[in-house]
Design a protein around this ligand. Structure first.
Ligand SMILES: Cc1cc2nc3c(=O)[nH]c(=O)nc-3n(C[C@H](O)[C@H](O)[C@H](O)COP(=O)(O)OP(=O)(O)OC[C@H]3O[C@@H](n4cnc5c(N)ncnc54)[C@H](O)[C@@H]3O)c2cc1C
Ligand code: FES
Length: 276
């Protein structure tokens, strides 16, 4: 195996979009390397002198191996500094792609349910794009997406397109009433009761704050969804990203190497234990 720390690809930011007041999407052109990331995988993004953080792939560029896209929310030391430093033309280091992918091949021929909250929609956006590009491979598709306020939705410029996917349902929720909002108010997990997929034969992809994912799983199981067909994208702090340092340990698993996407039946003994 090549040394992961010497295989940083140099990239240049070629586009940036302010999604919300705390979130940006950046498109990176890789200068001295290429990659073919899959929906669900992540890259380690490095800005010189600031640090390195794991960030999911948030868009697909089929056939363009020198372009990657990421959506970054500024939450702490590195991401805040990163967001100030990154502009069109900035240099950025990219290591990856790492981790596994959403099981789209396994899910072919089945119904799909997506349950997402906040920045958790970023790793699921490539799934939605994949479904749009390969609509005939799946049966019914339901997408649930929750944000705190209407302004907090990512990719507002694409949401109408998602609502037009044939044989699908696209439901949005916000946490509290908001002037002009006529859609659902409440937690995104409340929308699970409005889904119309075949619970026994549906693949469910969940990403959001961990508490949201736990509530989602509870509601899904109550409705008869199968444990082995529910997939969660887990987050833990990371350093190496490749299964060496142990920082992301999750029970006997490493989130960077065995995940970040896990079948619920594989992690049910860990996810409900405080501190794991
Ligand atoms: C596989 C994976 C994919 C990710 N994809 C994205 C993405 O697409 N977009 C995005 O904005 N973020 C994503 N993240 C989260 C992102 O890596 C963290 O927000 C970032 O590392 C925080 O670094 P920081 O130095 O800015 O914040 P810090 O100063 O380290 O922390 C700020 C706050 O966030 C908490 N925190 C930091 N990292 C984590 C973590 N991994 N899990 C739980 N809490 C944490 C801290 O406890 C603290 O409260 C992903 C994380 C993983 C593991
Ligand atoms: S981040 Fe080092 S083992 Fe996962």
């Amino acid at each position: 195996m090549s040394n992961p720390f010497t295989s940083i690809i140099k990239g240049v930011v070629i586009n940036e979009i302010s999604e919300t007041t705390t979130t940006k999407t950046i498109t990176i052109k890789l200068v001295n390397g290429s990659m073919n990331p899959m929906p669900g995988q992540f890259n380690m993004l490095y800005v010189f002198g600031l640090g390195e953080v794991p960030i999911s792939i948030s868009n697909l560029y089929p056939g363009k191996r020198d372009i990657v896209e990421h959506t970054i929310r500024f939450v702490g030391a590195v991401t805040r500094a990163m967001i100030k430093a990154i502009r069109v033309g900035s240099q950025i280091g990219v290591r990856g792609p790492y981790g596994n992918k959403w099981p789209l091949e396994e899910a072919e021929g089945s119904d799909i349910l997506i349950v997402s909250g906040g920045i958790g929609f970023a790793p699921l956006r490539p799934v939605v794009k994949y479904i749009i590009m390969n609509r005939e491979r799946f049966r019914r598709v339901n997408i649930l997406y929750g944000a705190r306020t209407p302004e907090e939705f990512l990719y507002k410029y694409e949401l109408e397109e998602y609502s037009k996917i044939p044989n699908s349902k696209f439901l949005l929720s916000i946490d509290k009433p908001y002037p002009g909002w006529t859609g659902y108010v409440g937690f995104v997990t409340d929308l699970i009761k409005y889904t119309d997929v075949d619970t026994g034969n549906s693949y469910t992809f969940v990403c959001g704050p961990e508490i949201m994912m736990k509530v989602a799983v509870k509601k899904l199981l109550e409705r008869g969804f199968r444990k082995d067909k529910i997939f969660l994208s887990m987050e833990r702090r990371m350093r190496c990203g490749v299964g060496i340092c142990g920082t992301c340990q999750f029970g006997h698993l490493f989130v960077c190497k065995n995940g970040p996407i896990f079948r619920y039946s594989e992690i049910e003994n860990y996810i409900n234990v405080e501190g794991i």
